[in-house]
Structures are given as structure tokens and as C-alpha cells.
Ligand binder design. Sequence first.
Ligand SMILES: *Cc1c(COP(=O)(O)O)cnc(C)c1O
Length: 363
Amino acid sequence: MSNLRIPGPTPCPPEVLEAMSWQMINHRGPQFARYLSQITADLKTIFRTNNDVLILSGSGTGGLEAAVVNTLSPGDKVLSVSIGVFGDRFASIAKTYGAEVIPLDFEWGCAAEPQPIKDALKANADIKAVMVTHNETSTGVTNDLESISKIVKEAGKLLLVDAISSMGSIDLPVDDWGCDVTVTGSQKGWMVPPGLAMISVSPAAWNAYKEASMPRFYWDFGKAKKSAEKGQTPWTPTMSVFFGLSVALKMMLEEGMTAIIERHRNLAELTRQTAKSLGLKLFADEKFASNTVTAIRATDGLDSKMLTKIMREDYDIVLGGGQQTLDGKIFRVGHLGWFDEKDIRAVFSALKETLPRAGYKGA
Ligand SMILES: *Cc1c(COP(=O)(O)O)cnc(C)c1O
């Protein structure tokens, strides 16, 4: 088995893979209703929310699109707080559906600063919603969502959160932080294959839904909620991923969310410290470094593409590259979901041998 160290898809435990092979059942029958109800209850525990949690078949990006089209109307002003590729993608979705997007971009590698958000909300009183990425997977930065949420809530705006690569791995108390729509995806910290977007929807988001006039069909929150009340999904669900998720959630709740969050924190710290001990430079501002993915700069002659190639071919360790303008400038180590210390140690024992072969002249 490869040591798959990318920030999603992540490796799945054998118990989850076994569940993925279960025979199909009637998605309109009582057995599926029991799965749906148990999974929804477990997700609410992990999201720390009493809001509705909807489970839509699709990838995380589908969940982001759902967040937009269910709360906004064409012409609505939204503040897009972006610190990287995925923040930009969230903004693009809103733009595509006709929202008036006010971009508030921060330098890649840095976290969003609260004050400019406050200023932007003051300068544009008619903003309807703020879109923000909790954990920016492209740069390995986790935003201070608690501080950001305070500002957004004080201003009385909707808060739409991309928590795709943080929820279930990094603490995110949805209700305490007033997140109106919070999106995550099954292939990140959940130890499950791709195919499900899990989304919390607050009462304020439901109010917005009533007025929102962006076109929607497949992603309609109202249809999902109405079906869920009957123990169903509006469309045929990615059944096998539901099976896998039901087992993964049981495993997560057995380990306990406090322990899971701590494991991610400790092993992210191990990743950062070991990288630095090899003279490598972290891409992220360390105060905001992510506990699910570490981005490392290609400095001191390091050819990051050669590095990822050697790691893959000679060690069966799969690292992430840089996206868009970061292509060739960084490489990324994913540390989320089903993994432990030996997976990280294996990365660095291979890296030690690979770095000089890939041109690295650092310490
Ligand atoms: C992975 C990811 C996405 C995209 O999710 P897909 O499942 O690939 O559509 C969006 N935002 C963040 C922060 C991610 O990590």
C-alpha cells in the first residue's frame, strides 16, 4: 500500500473498505433510513451543531456550490476572504451564479487578518454574506475562524465556510462560532473515499434560502431536507460511500474528537519540526500553520517535481505538489484522517535520502 500523503483523498481503514463492498440496498427503504439517521446524528456531534446537517452526493466543490446557490440571489454582494486556491474557487462559484463578489485577498502563505474584514464590512453595509476558507489546503494555512466569525456575526452577515479539509480534524465548533453554512468532504479527514459533501445549515441560512433566487436543482437544500425527513435523499446517493462513512464515524467517535484533534496537532507539529531540522522552509506563516497539511518551500536548489517523483517511484510515498502559481515552488505533506506517527516518520526517512538527489543543498 502506498503511503498516500496528499491532502485528500486520504487512505481508508480496512473496516471502511470492507463496508464499501457491501451489497446494495433500496435507497428508499427502512435500512437506508437507519443509516442516514445515524450518520446525520454522528455528524452533528462532530460538527458540534444543533443545526441541520445535510449529506449530498458529490465532491466538496459541489458542497461549496450548494452553499452559494441556496443562500444567495444574483446581484447579492458577498465578501470573499481568500488566502489561496480554494478561497478563489469559492469566489468563482459565487461569480458564476451572478453574485457581486468583493474580493479580499491575502498573500498566499498568510492567514486572513480580522481588521480588513471589519473595514470591508463597514465600507459595504449591503454585503449579504462572507465566504471564507477555514483551512486553505493549497498553502497549508488555517484561518483564525473564531475571530473572523465574531466580526461577521457582529455585522449581522451570513457566514459561509469552506471547512472541507478541517472539519473532523481541526476544532471547529459550528454553533459557538456562528457558522451559517459549513461544508466538508468525505475524502479529507473522514477516512472515506470521495463522493459525499456534508453541510450544516443554520436557521439564518434557511431564512436566506427562502429568498435566494440563484438557479438550483440537484443541490437544493430544501429538497435534501424534505427527503431526509423521510429517511431518504432526493437523488440516488453514493451508497457505498454512505456505508463507508457509517463505519468511519463509529471509529472516529470511538477514538474521540478530542483525541483526533490532538493527534492531528501533534503529528502536524512533528512534520513542521522535522522539516525545519532538515533546513527546509515552511510556506505558511507558522502561527497559522495547518494541522492537516504542511506546505514546504522548494529552496536551496530543490527541484520539487523531481523530489515528488523520486519519493513516489523509489519509496511509494505520494506527496502533493503546488497548485497554480505554486506549481514547482512548494510540495505538500498531507497529515489528516487515518494516519499515525510512523507514516510521518517514513516520509522523513525517505526525504533525508531524496533531498540531495533532488538538488537540495540546504542544511
Ligand atoms: C479539497 C478541497 C476542496 C475541493 O474539494 P473537492 O472534493 O475536490 O471538490 C475545496 N476546498 C478545500 C479547502 C479543499 O481542501
